[in-house]
Design a protein around this ligand. Structure first.
Ligand code: NAD
Length: 469
């Protein structure tokens, strides 16, 4: 569904009217237009607090792109910024700088206590007003759970507050702000995540914290325009909405997609399968035979799977006292039980290959709760619990992660009453709804063969919604 208000405020007259009336003026978010588009262009400013463990790797990642790299090493607290490498130009932020930065990226892993947080101010205070529209703020910190000293854990945890607040300050310019907490010596695992967070693919992901762990996996991607080439993905609920976009996006990245949906959606599912040059599988995932049907299908056609995306989901809204039992049972069955049973069948038959990806679709309703959605929120919160518990048990470089969409423009949200729909769209830092492709791009990042360090995370795709954590 199109957002008429967003279009209106991006006309000269509409923009003036919105500013005069003090109404939100969301900018049109820049999204990836071409598959071979560089992940970041323009001028990028990199910085590091003393003792940063990621700055060198950030330099390697940035140097592989086309952006001009600058480093802020003009003040003592930022002297280690030069570690970004010889391709970067030093810049004195205390002088008049006419550049507009497409991204500010800061290595805060070396910060050991609250006093050293001053480096964060020294880097961002003079540069933040020089960010271009649709800019990116990305901070790399150290996972507080790996810090022995409470003062270090406190300072690293503090970065979360910093990133969430910058996201709120910058959202009106279409800028996102995110934090990666990396495990010590996990710098080599940063690549796919840094590229994602700096790119237009993360347009609707802001205020998020992602943990990256150390892995022994050495998977590489030879063709960055087709990172999933030769791999097989199964996407549930793929005939429309977010699932359809996931199928399109994974196919764009080179995967062969098995698009699954209920038998009555077969006509539309065939369209998706034909477009993505994949296969259509009609199956109700709550059918008792569904796990076997899916496992048999995978065995017969492909021998194994590299990705399973549990996207199919339903809402059956009623306040709890008025909720019939079948509303409760159906919602839990589709949104949670089916995912567990299908995974169990795939595990039992060893159908998930090495370095495979499981992605579950949760919801911000599962994090914050929602009026009239006790069943839905319960199921979607259960999904997060499932992901967190399963992640450390996985072997062979497999990962499991979740996305938690906020307000996404689909048939589901188009059916909302106008006032609730408008509130849902505007109550986030970017003052607009997301698109199905925003969820799909986040899932594609999880699925990247080099994202093995990204495990057990739930990433909200919600434009930093005001609802929930
Ligand atoms: P949608 O209703 O447009 O699509 C859901 C798909 O799942 C449909 O094609 C449907 O036929 C399929 N499905 C439902 N029950 C099934 C079953 N038993 N077996 C097989 N397929 C089944 O919804 P959407 O907006 O695209 O949402 C996709 C996912 O994202 C859902 O899990 C939803 O809860 C979640 N989500 C959506 C939003 C949003 O704003 N749209 C927000 C948060 C979370």
């Amino acid at each position: 569904m199109s957002d008429f208000y967003l279009k209106l405020v991006n006309t000269p007259l509409g923009k003036t009217a919105a500013q005069t009336l003090g109404l939100p003026s969301p900018v049109t978010l820049k999204r990836q237009a071409r598959v071979d588009e560089p992940f970041i262009t323009g001028d990028v400013l990199a910085g590091s607090a003393s003792g940063g463990k990621a700055i060198r790797e950030l330099g390697n990642i940035l140097s592989a792109g086309t952006a001009r790299i600058h480093h802020a090493s003009h003040v003592e607290s930022l002297a280690d910024s030069a570690g970004v490498g010889p391709k970067a130009h030093p810049i004195d932020l205390s002088a008049e700088v006419s550049l507009r930065f497409s991204a500010l990226i800061f290595d805060a892993t070396g910060i050991k206590n609250a006093t050293e947080l001053r480096a964060v101010y020294d880097f961002f205070h003079p540069s933040i007003k020089k960010l271009a529209l649709n800019g990116r703020v990305l901070v790399i910190g150290r996972d507080p759970q790996t810090c022995k000293e409470p003062a270090q854990a406190a300072a690293q945890r503090a970065l979360e507050g910093f990133v969430r607040s910058t996201g709120k300050e910058l959202g009106k310019k279409g800028t996102t702000s995110n934090l990666i907490w990396m495990a010590p010596t996990a710098a080599k695992q940063l690549d796919s995540s840094v590229r994602f967070f700096l790119s237009a693919r993360s347009a609707y992901v802001s205020g998020q914290v992602v943990r990256i762990g150390k892995t022994r996996d050495t998977a590489t991607v030879t063709d960055i325009t087709a990172p999933l080439a030769g791999k097989v993905a199964l996407v549930t609920g793929a005939s429309r909405g977010i699932g359809e976009s996931i199928a399109d996006t994974l196919a764009r990245d080179g995967a062969t997609v098995i698009a699954l949906d209920i038998p009555t959606a077969m006509a539309q599912l065939e369209v998706v399968a034909a477009r993505t040059k994949g296969k259509a599988l009609a199956c109700d995932i709550t059918d008792p035979d569904a796990p076997k049907v899916i496992a048999d299908y995978v065995k017969t056609h492909f021998e194994g799977l590299d990705m399973i995306i549990h996207n199919a989901g339903i809402t059956r809204d009623k306040t709890l006292g008025n909720m019939p039992e079948h509303f409760w049972d159906m919602t839990i069955a589709v949104n949670l039980i089916a995912e567990e049973l299908i995974n169990d069948a795939l595990f039992e038959q060893n159908l998930l290959r090495e370095n495979s990806r499981i992605v579950c679709v949760s919801s911000i309703s599962g994090i914050a709760g929602n009026f009239g959605q006790t069943n839905y929120s319960t199921s979607k919160c259960g999904v997060i619990g499932y992901v967190e518990a399963l992640a450390p048990q996985l072997k062979d470089s497999m990962t499991v992660n979740a996305v938690a969409p906020g307000f996404i423009e689909t048939q589901m949200t188009a059916a909302m009453p106008l006032t609730i729909r408008e509130a849902g769209r505007r109550m986030n830092s970017l003052s607009q709804g997301g698109l199905p492709v925003d969820v799909a791009e986040t899932i594609a990042w999880f699925c990247d063969p080099t994202s093995t360090g990204v495990n057990g995370n739930t990433v909200r795709v919600c434009g930093q919604s005001l609802i929930g954590k």
